[in-house]
Design a protein around this ligand. Structure first.
Ligand SMILES: [Zn+2]
Length: 82
């Protein structure tokens, strides 16, 4: 969420586009939630750094609960349990 630069009301993300090949920078398109304003504006969002120790090369906890062999290949874009 980002605040409208005009009056400070909350903004709603309408869409976003990636700005580089590693998908670490995105341009987001917002619309102000204040109906009297309704301004449309963009922001740039970039990955800065990891803040958790969990992603230090080990699999996240959730992945250890369901081994990869328990999933069948995706048919509709999402994995499902066998
Ligand atoms: Zn506004």
């Amino acid at each position: 969420m980002f605040r409208c630069p005009r009056r400070g009301a909350s903004g709603r993300t309408r869409t976003s586009t990636k700005m580089n090949n590693t998908n670490t920078v995105r341009r987001k398109y917002y619309q102000c939630n204040n109906l009297a304003c309704g301004a449309c504006f963009t922001t740039m969002e970039a990955f800065e750094k990891l803040t958790s120790k969990q992603n230090s090369g080990e699999a996240p906890c959730r992945m250890t609960l369901f081994p990869a062999t328990r999933f069948r290949p995706p048919t509709t874009g999402r994995c499902s349990l066998i």
